[in-house]
Design a protein around this ligand. Structure first.
Ligand code: MG
Length: 413
């Protein structure tokens, strides 16, 4: 009767933080949206709003139709990051180590006596009580206990809000069978279609497969790993090596023209390069993308000798952006930038034949570090490369990516 992993998922996190901050919002239907326009969609929905059929991803106009009394609030990512950190600290009062999976999800490996189901349940209750007392009653979580992280996450998803669910090794089949295939984390449209084509229509049928068969269906070893974990085997530790740093933003209406969108994308790139330097990486690839008003997606990328220089990256950005402008409609909805092929600074290969270029590069990197120091002291907008266009809508910083928790300074303007 043992479980090895505890998975904690906060319920309707952004919306419940707003309810915690503002008691009159408790028990009311609340949705958090990226910016105050009718064309955007809800990014977090309180359980009172869910009762009306509103979900994450529901368009604002549709949410109003489903529930005219809904309270719509613009996202305040800096506040959510502060809560995330306090929650992290509280969990650490109960367990020796915790891995952060996203802004609202944490997992910890149980050891010793805590692996015994009764003890694990008592631990989960203590964490819940601790969060209630130190964070507040409006912020609740669902906890899953299981033989590995994948099954613990699935268990946690089974009862929301404020659930505590477990899956023992002997119960895997019985507890997973009622789920639909696409309720399993990691099974998206593509995998679902491939599973159907292979004659696998239910979770039970998937559990009966030989894991090597899953590798063939997925066209990847990831399928085999996934199925082995679903059957109760070990699941890879969280991969903490960084492969890319990316930022994107849904544009406020004032920022949708090409010059404004370009300015937003440049700010995102400055944030990403600063973060990359802080973490000690250089990028070997830069990409820039956008979505235009009719949904067209355009992306361009370039490979480069690994660098962490703002000047080099912003120069390449300008070049890539000109290619975006030719392709995209005049009005854009979203911009994204990404730095990938990351290598640790120490592991970077020098280009021995172009000493001069390397000299310039190092000088630029020193300049970038000086700019970082100024931003650390006086805020991210204290110094910028190039002028910002007039009328740029505020709050271009600190959006929360699914797997990356911004530091408080990322949220500063
Ligand atoms: Mg959640």
């Amino acid at each position: 009767m043992h479980v090895d992993q505890l998975y904690l998922d906060l319920n309707a996190f952004f919306a419940s933080v707003e309810q915690q901050e503002e008691p009159r919002l408790r028990d009311r239907p609340v949705a958090v949206i990226p910016n105050m326009v009718e064309t955007t969609c809800c990014i977090a929905v309180s359980y009172e709003a869910k009762a009306f059929g509103i979900k994450t991803g529901t368009a604002v106009w549709r949410a109003r139709e489903l529930c005219p009394a809904i309270v719509l609030l613009p996202a305040r990512h800096d506040v959510y990051v502060r809560y995330h950190q306090r929650i992290h600290d509280e969990i650490l009062r109960h367990v020796p180590a915790v891995a952060v999976c996203s802004i609202d999800e944490f997992t910890t490996t149980l050891g010793g006596r805590d692996r015994e189901l009764a003890a694990a349940r008592a631990l989960a209750d203590r964490i819940k009580r601790g969060l209630r007392e130190t964070i507040g009653p409006a912020v609740t979580c669902s906890i899953g206990l299981a033989p590995n992280r994948l099954l613990a996450k699935i268990a946690g998803d089974m009862r929301k809000p404020d659930g505590l669910t477990w899956i023992l090794p002997a119960e895997i089949k019985e507890k997973l069978a009622p789920l639909a295939l696409d309720e399993l984390p990691g099974i998206g449209k593509g995998n679902l279609a491939r599973l159907r084509n292979a004659g696998v229509g239910t979770v039970s049928a998937l559990l009966d497969l030989d894991p090597r068969h899953a590798r063939a269906i997925w066209h990847s070893v990831a399928g085999e790993r996934f199925l082995r974990a679903l059957q109760g085997g070990p699941y890879g530790e969280l991969d903490t090596r960084r492969r890319q740093i990316s930022h994107s933003q849904i544009l406020a209406p004032e920022n949708r023209s090409h010059p404004m969108a370009r300015a937003v994308a440049r700010v995102l790139l400055e944030k990403a390069t600063r973060r990359m330097r802080r973490e000690g990486y250089c990028a070997g690839r830069l990409w820039v993308g956008c979505r235009d008003r009719s949904g067209g997606r355009h992306g361009v990328e370039v490979r480069l000798p690994a660098t962490q220089s703002d000047r080099a990256l912003l120069g390449l950005f300008d070049h890539l952006w000109r290619r975006i402008e030719v392709r995209a409609e005049p009005s854009l909805k979203k911009v994204s930038i990404g730095l990938s092929d990351l290598v640790a600074v120490g592991a970077r290969q020098g280009d021995l034949f172009i000493d001069r270029r390397l000299d310039i590069e190092r000088r630029d990197e020193r300049l970038a570090k000086a700019v970082d120091t100024i931003k650390d002291r006086f805020g991210a907008s204290a110094i910028r490369y190039g002028a910002m266009p007039k009328g740029l809508a505020a709050y271009t910083g600190g959006r929360i990516a699914f797997t990356r928790i911004p530091l408080p300074e990322d949220c500063m303007q």
